[in-house]
Design a protein around this ligand. Structure first.
Ligand SMILES: Cc1ncc(COP(=O)(O)O)c(C=O)c1O
Length: 428
C-alpha cells in the first residue's frame, strides 16, 4: 500500500472525544484515544477477561494479548532483541520498582546523578537510594532558561557514578534535551542512563537503539493508549556483571523472566489489549492502512503483530509534520505579546522543542489566564506540572506556576487561534 498520510480531518475522526465541545489543549497531561484502542479494550473485557496461562480458549487468547502488547512495545521503540519493555500502572510506579532493584546493588559512595529539570517522578525515585548509601549529585539547569548543558553534566560525573537520570523533554519547557550527548558522557564515565521520555513520546518515535538508552520510560496514556506506564530495560543493563538487577516479583519467578519479574502482579490485561489497538493508529498515520474507524478484533490483532519500528517512525514523522504548524502558530501568537514571557525555548523548530508551551504574563495571574480559556471552551492548565524543582530553580512560584498549552498531532492551528483570540485581550 502506498504511504499516503491521511488528512487531518480523517485523523481527527478516529478520536471520538474530539467531537466534544471543549477544545483540548492539555495533552501533556494525557492524550485522547482512537476508537481502535477503546474497541480493543472492550473486546478483551467482554470476551477474554480471565486469568492467563490456564490453557482454555479465553485464557489462551488473553495470554496472547498480553504477550502481543509487550512484543509490540519492544518493536515500536526499536528495542526488539536488545531488551524488554516492562509495563505497569504508571511511569512513576515503575521508576520506583526499578529504583528498588538498583537500590539492592548500591554500595556506600555510589553516585546517582539526578536532574532538577525533571518531573518529580524521575527525581524522587532516585533520591530514595540516598538512605541506602548512595550519594546524590545534581545536574542543574541554567536558572535563566531552564535549559540543561552537557558541560554541567560533565562536571558532576565521576568514576563512582552508577546512574544518570534525566528527562528527554521537560514536560514544562517542551525543550528537547541532547539525550544522545548526555548518554555518551554517562557511558564514558561508566554509568548507565535512565531517560524519562514521557514528554517526548507523544510527539516523536522512540529509538532506544540509536540513543543507546539503558532504561527508557514513557506513559502510554499520553501516547494515545490506555492508562499505563512503560520502561524499556536493556538486557546489558539488567545483566550487568558487577551489579545484576533483579525485579521484585515472587521468589519462584526467575530473575531472567523479564518483563514479568518487574511486573508485580502482572500488567493490566485490558490495558495490554488497548496497547495492541494502538498499532492500527500507527498504520493509519503511516499511510499503511485506510483511516476507517470500524475494524474488527482479529484485524486489530493482526496489525499489532505486524507493526514495527519502521511503521512507528513513519507514523511519528507524520505526527511531527502535523504538529509543526500548530506549534509555530502558538509561539508566534504568544510572541506578539510584549508582556508574555515564554518559559522554554523561543525556537519554533521541531528539532528544538515539542508543542508543549509554557508562559507567564507580567501582570496577569496564571489562574486568570486559564479561567479565560475555560470560559471560551478551551482546556489548558496552570501549575508546576510536578516539575516543582525546575520552577523553583527558575524563580517561579510553584503555585500558581506557569500557564501550559500542550498540543499533539490532532490539534489544529484553528484551535490555537480560538485560544489566542480568547486570550489576546488579557495578554495585551
Ligand atoms: C516528564 C514526565 N515524567 C513522568 C511523569 C509521570 O508519569 P506517570 O503519570 O505515568 O507516573 C509525567 C507525568 O506527567 C511526566 O510528564
Amino acid at each position: 500500500m502506498p504511504a499516503v498520510a491521511p488528512s487531518p480531518a480523517a485523523i481527527r475522526s478516529l478520536y471520538p472525544a474530539l467531537t466534544a465541545p471543549t477544545i483540548l489543549l492539555e495533552n501533556a497531561g494525557g492524550s485522547q484515544v482512537p476508537r481502535f484502542v477503546a474497541d480493543a479494550v472492550r473486546h478483551h473485557l467482554l470476551n477474554d477477561c480471565v486469568q492467563l496461562g490456564a490453557g482454555y480458549p479465553a485464557s489462551v487468547r488473553a495470554t496472547e494479548t498480553v504477550e502481543r502488547a509487550h512484543r509490540l512495545m519492544d518493536r515500536i521503540i526499536h528495542g526488539e532483541g536488545l531488551g524488554r519493555v516492562v509495563l505497569g500502572a504508571s511511569s512513576t510506579a515503575l521508576m520506583h520498582v526499578l529504583a528498588q532493584a538498583i537500590g539492592r546493588t548500591i554500595r556506600p559512595g555510589d553516585e546517582i546523578v539526578v536532574c532538577d529539570q525533571g518531573h518529580e517522578s524521575n527525581i524522587g525515585a532516585w533520591l530514595s537510594l540516598e538512605r541506602l548509601g548512595a550519594r546524590i549529585r545534581w545536574w542543574k539547569v541554567d536558572p535563566a532558561t531552564g535549559s540543561l548543558q552537557l558541560e554541567t553534566l560533565r562536571a558532576v560525573l565521576s568514576e563512582r557514578t552508577r546512574l544518570v537520570a534525566f528527562p528527554h523533554v521537560s514536560n514544562l519547557l517542551g525543550e528537547i534535551v541532547d539525550a544522545e550527548g548526555a548518554t555518551r558522557l554517562a557511558h564514558e564515565a561508566g554509568a548507565k542512563v535512565f531517560i524519562d521520555g514521557v514528554a517526548l513520546a507523544p510527539h516523536r518515535a522512540i529509538d532506544v537503539r540509536a540513543w543507546s538508552a539503558d532504561f527508557y520510560a514513557w506513559s502510554t496514556y499520553k501516547v494515545y493508549g490506555p492508562h499505563m506506564g512503560a520502561i524499556f530495560c536493556r538486557f546489558d543493563a539488567l545483566d550487568d556483571p558487577v551489579h545484576p538487577l533483579e525485579g521484585p516479583n515472587h521468589f519462584f519467578i526467575l530473575r531472567s523472566e523479564v518483563p514479568y519479574k518487574f511486573e508485580l502482579g502482572g500488567a493490566s490485561h485490558e490495558g495490554c489489549a488497548g496497547l495492541c489497538g494502538l498499532a492500527r493508529l500507527l498504520e493509519v498515520l503511516a499511510g499503511e492502512a485506510p483511516a476507517e474507524a470500524e475494524v474488527d478484533a482479529a484485524s486489530l490483532a493482526a496489525s499489532a503483530d505486524r507493526v514495527g519500528f519502521e511503521t512507528a517512525s513513519r507514523a511519528f514523522a507524520a505526527m511531527t509534520a502535523l504538529e509543526a504548524p500548530v506549534q509555530s502558530r502558538l509561539l508566534d501568537r504568544l510572541a506578539a505579546h510584549r508582556r508574555v514571557r515564554l518559559v522554554g525555548p523561543r525556537a519554533t523548530s521541531t528539532e528544538a522543542r515539542v508543542a508543549t508551551v509554557s508562559f507567564l504574563h507580567a501582570t496577569r495571574d496564571p489562574r486568570e489566564i486559564v479561567a479565560a480559556a475555560r470560559a471560551a471552551g478551551i482546556g489548558i492548565r496552570h501549575g508546576h506540572m510536578y516539575a516543582h524543582r525546575l520552577v523553583t530553580a527558575m524563580g517561579i512560584a510553584p503555585d500558581p506556576g506557569v500557564v501550559r498549552v500542550s498540543a499533539v498531532h490532532y490539534n489544529t492551528a484553528e484551535e490555537v487561534d480560538r485560544l489566542m483570540d480568547a486570550l489576546d485581550p488579557i495578554l495585551a
